[in-house]
Design a protein around this ligand. Structure first.
Ligand code: LMR
Length: 404
């Protein structure tokens, strides 16, 4: 009798598992619009000039590979804080710790929250990033979802969300996408954010901001404005930020967790627990990614280059959205015009699992079963092909539905 008889096969991961399928696909014509990775106009993962220059500087130092402090490098942590909190970065109530990407930051934050023994549950948006539930449940927390998106109108459900928030017990953790909501690409307006944050603070809920796309919506500074606004309430909150997308450093797993505490005594206690959580999970953080990010954020020249590189990525995505909608309209498909108004890498297209299956099987076009498409993987060379594939699949399925 094997030890593992109770271990059944789980379904593939909806995002990374799809990339694994994509990699096994031997067809010459295939496009991965599943995973959230920015590809340049030639369909390649860019190596940013700022990153190349930082790597050069780091390699010149020829530092030995030592264990880093559990919290990570000071230069990395301090500049990450500055990037997120701007003028308020010196606030002693914020503690920032290096983490293994945004996922690692969410997980160590979840572990910390679990240790408070005060969290009734965590709520995530419906729909949300496919990994949110897994991360919080893996830390032993209960997860529910809040109304967020109306697929009929492709819009944000402000009133249902506010009503839901008002009924939540104190200390419920509310996971919020700071910008470029994943998967819908639909964010609350500034006025709507004001109402949401105000409701959260009045009800003593705990926001946990997921900031994975800083710089992909408006600008680096503006894209963390929601977090800066919440800081004014002087109430507990957490931020998990990722540098995977905005530095094109996916494989380095570099991100950070910032926790807003109520005093320096509390900061010291929290810091000691974060260290203990990290030590138990992976001991100490890896060096290379945080050295690159730390080098760029602390060097004015590299920082300026990096800023303009993010701007180019952002502008290209906006242009791709425009072109995609135009191509659909030329094909007589005007039901996709909402794609133009979404923000960030993704479009929640309204396509369903059967569409995703047909796109993959017939055309080698990989999108998530939820209908999420990574717009940032389109370019001049594949846009027409993908748009034609989607049109054909949509029309075939519409005919089937009408004749059923
Ligand atoms: C995504 O949403 O596709 C990315 O954040 C990659 C991931 O880890 O899921």
């Amino acid at each position: 009798m094997s030890l593992y008889t109770e271990i059944n096969t789980l379904t593939r991961d909806p995002i990374i598992g799809l990339t694994e399928l994509f990699q096994k696909d031997s067809r010459a014509t295939k496009f991965n619009l599943g995973v959230g990775v920015y590809l340049d106009k030639d369909g390649k993962v860019p190596v940013l000039e700022s990153v190349k220059a930082a790597r050069h500087l780091i390699d010149e130092h020829k530092d030995p590979s030592v264990y880093l402090p559990i919290r990570g490098l000071d230069v990395f942590c301090e500049h990450t804080k500055k990037l997120i909190f701007g003028a308020k970065h010196n606030n002693k109530q914020i503690i920032t710790t290096q983490a293994l990407g945004g996922t690692g930051a969410l997980r160590i934050g979840a572990e910390l929250l679990q240790r408070t023994r005060k969290i009734p549950f965590v709520v995530i948006s419906n729909p949300s990033w496919e990994n949110h539930r897994n991360i919080f449940e893996s830390a032993g927390l209960k997860v529910d979802s809040y109304p967020y998106y109306d697929p009929k109108t492709n819009s944000f459900l402000l009133n249902s969300f506010l009503t839901f928030l008002k009924k939540l017990p104190k200390h419920t953790v509310v996971v919020l996408h700071a910008n470029c909501h994943n998967p819908t690409g639909i964010d609350p307006s500034q006025e709507e954010w004001t109402e949401i944050l105000d409701t959260i603070q009045r009800s003593d809920l705990v926001p946990f901001f997921d900031l994975a796309y800083q710089g992909f919506k408006h600008s680096l500074g503006q894209d963390s404005s929601v977090i800066k606004s919440f800081l004014e309430f002087d109430k507990p909150f957490l931020v998990a930020n990722s540098f995977s997308k905005n530095f094109s450093l996916y494989g380095e797993r570099v991100g950070a967790l910032s926790v807003f505490t109520s005093s320096s005594d509390e900061s010291a206690r929290i810091q000691s627990h974060l260290k203990n959580v990290i030590r138990g999970l992976y001991s100490t953080p890896p060096t290379y990614g945080q050295k690159i990010v730390g080098e760029i954020l602390s060097n004015d020249n590299l920082h300026t280059i990096w800023k303009s590189e993010i701007e180019s990525m952002r502008t290209r995505i906006i242009e791709v959205r425009r072109l995609l909608v135009k191509t659909f309209e030329e094909q007589g498909l005007d039901k996709f015009s909402f794609i133009r108004n979404q923000h960030g890498m993704f479009s929640f297209s309204g396509l369903r699992k059967n569409h995703a299956f047909l796109l993959r099987e017939k055309f080698g076009v990989y999108i998530l079963d939820s209908g999420r498409i990574c717009i940032a993987a389109l370019n001049d060379k594949n846009l027409d092909y993908v748009a034609n594939a989607i049109s054909e699949v949509v029309q075939t399925e519409d005919i089937k539905t009408n004749s059923a």
